[in-house]
Write a protein that binds this ligand. Structure first.
Ligand code: ADP
Length: 229
């Protein structure tokens, strides 16, 4: 889960990226975080994954206060969060299986665990027949599904997706969002950052809208009352 309370972020050059952001995403919830370019979406993500610290306010992720977390505890917290990016970030010379397995290897999983778990997540994302392919043999949508499998493989409690459909056509984008909703239905908390209004409008889900570093809307009413740019 996520709890941000009155969070301010001022960058070193004086840019005030967040001006008092408060929202909560409970365990098992699903939400879109939307807003125009420069509104503070990436800053929120970077705070949630511990890449940067807030200037003021409190950021709690999966029960851990991100400001007081000890460096040695960070790797353990990171395992409870799966992150998905716009540009997939796959390792080009590794197979689909190895790309997903790699996330388990870095946390010291055994070969037996890997052999059991990787096929399960590949099937979940519909890529069980692509295990031996390399990323350049896959479509963009398939590559993003590998990235989702990789984010899921260590069974995180929270998935954060940063513009996961930014490089995909509308049909593939919808498939990816439906997959993320399915993952949420299986119990994982999901936060999706996007600026794709038509896609968000196809889901009757919670939408948190940010503009100018402030939350301007938070509810089930999508882009209602909110104009992009
Ligand atoms: P979004 O993801 O919604 O496009 P960002 O969180 O990236 O918005 O940016 C919010 C504001 O903070 C913008 O004005 C942006 O220029 C500024 N900003 C982002 N990163 C930095 C940084 N590292 N240093 C200074 N200003 C930054």
């Amino acid at each position: 889960m996520i709890r941000m309370t009155d969070v301010f972020k001022e960058y070193a050059n004086g840019t005030k990226a967040l001006k008092g952001v408060t929202f909560e995403l409970n365990a098992g919830e699903f939400a879109f975080l939307i807003g125009p370019s420069g509104s503070g979406k990436s800053t929120i993500i970077r705070l949630l994954i511990g890449e940067i610290a807030p200037s003021d306010g409190e950021v709690i992720v999966n029960g851990q206060d991100m400001d007081n977390i000890k460096m040695r505890k960070m790797p353990y917290l990171r395992r409870t969060i799966g992150v998905i990016f716009q540009d997939f970030r796959l390792i080009e010379n590794k197979t689909v299986f190895e790309n997903v397995a790699f996330a388990m290897r870095v946390i010291g999983a055994s070969n037996k665990e890997i052999r059991q778990r990787v096929p399960y997540v590949l099937e979940l994302v519909g890529l069980e027949f692509k295990a031996k392919s390399r990323p350049d043999e896959l479509s963009g949508g398939e590559q993003q599904r590998v990235a989702i499998a990789r984010a899921l493989v260590n069974n995180p409690r929270l998935i954060i997706a940063d513009e996961p459909t930014g490089n995909l056509d509308p049909a593939r984008s919808l498939e990816i969002l439906l997959l993320l909703k399915k993952i949420n239905d299986l119990g994982t908390t999901v936060l999706i950052v996007t600026h794709e209004k038509p896609l968000v409008d196809q889901f009757s889900q919670r939408v948190i809208a940010i503009d100018g570093g402030r939350i301007v809307n938070d509810g089930m009413d999508g882009y209602y009352d909110y104009e992009d740019e």
